[in-house]
Design a protein around this ligand. Structure first.
Ligand SMILES: Cc1ncc(C[n+]2csc(CCOP(=O)(O)OP(=O)(O)O)c2C)c(N)n1
Length: 242
């Protein structure tokens, strides 16, 4: 595309030079200049504000495993873009379940709950991320106003865009439960321990329920990717729904 670029150095002094080169070029030429960041460049960085407080929380994967353990075998899961969907896929494998009950959202960040809204006659669990729910918040009143029974909307709040590098989100300053309540969800809970989560999940089978689960950032280093294509997974779910 003819855009000049550099690969971001791991040496901080070199990075400053690269940023200066980049800005000089942009201001002289009114044109783009790319800095490419290799995977893992920022791995050892830990946010001073967020991460230290979160070490006692469940991981996102542990929380998803609890959802699977307490849910009935016919329940349909819609999971958000990023690692949550990869984790759901691997948990199904771990329990030797097939993948015909899951819609794994690819791209379309923030749209998972809207997609799930199309199946109000089923028991639905939506697994959302804090940033995804903030991105398309209009979904909340759309769901809340319908008062759908059997609709569990779970937001795994790690106050980060964890799947794409762990940058902080504004979710730490937003009261998601209040917004869900004002949007018409019948029950709203905020939980941070496994015990609280299990209790709330078993109490929440019959209503439109919003559950914010505080989880810690991060995923297993060896987390894999779905072995079936998005289209194969979609077809398996559609066959199951028919
Ligand atoms: C519209 C759109 N914007 C950006 C992305 C890239 N993206 C994929 S996952 C993700 C972060 C999601 O953060 P969150 O919903 O909080 O979930 P987490 O990764 O923390 O589990 C981003 C920015 C995308 N897929 N679609």
């Amino acid at each position: 595309m003819g855009i000049p670029y550099e690969i971001l150095s791991s040496d901080e002094n070199e990075v400053l030079k690269q940023i200066n080169t980049c800005f000089d070029f942009i201001s002289k030429n009114s044109a783009s200049y790319a800095l490419l960041v290799r995977k893992g460049t920022f791995d050892s960085y830990s946010s001073k504000n967020i991460q230290k407080k979160n070490t006692e929380l469940m991981s996102r994967e542990e929380a998803i495993e609890e959802f699977i353990k307490v849910s009935g075998k016919d329940e349909i899961f819609f999971s958000t873009t990023g690692m949550a969907s990869r984790e759901l896929y691997e948990i199904r494998d771990k329990y030797k379940m097939n993948h015909s009950h899951d819609f794994l959202t690819v791209g379309s960040m923030g749209h998972t709950s809207h997609i799930a809204l199309e199946k109000p006659d089923k028991k639905i669990t939506v697994i959302d991320g804090d940033d995804a729910v903030l991105m398309h918040m209009g979904a909340l009143p759309a769901i809340g106003s319908k008062k759908i029974n059997n609709f569990r909307h779970i937001v795994l709040n790690n106050v980060a865009h964890d799947s794409v590098g762990g940058q902080p989100t504004i979710a730490q300053h937003i009261n998601l439960c209040e917004i869900a309540r004002a949007s018409g969800y019948q029950y709203c809970y905020k939980v941070k321990s496994k015990e609280e989560l299990i209790k709330v999940l078993s109490d929440s089978q019959k209503y439109s329920v919003f559950i914010e689960v505080l989880v810690r950032k991060g995923a297993r280093k060896d987390l894999g990717r779905p072995k079936t294509s998005p289209i194969e997974t979609k077809i398996a779910l559609m066959r199951n729904l028919l």
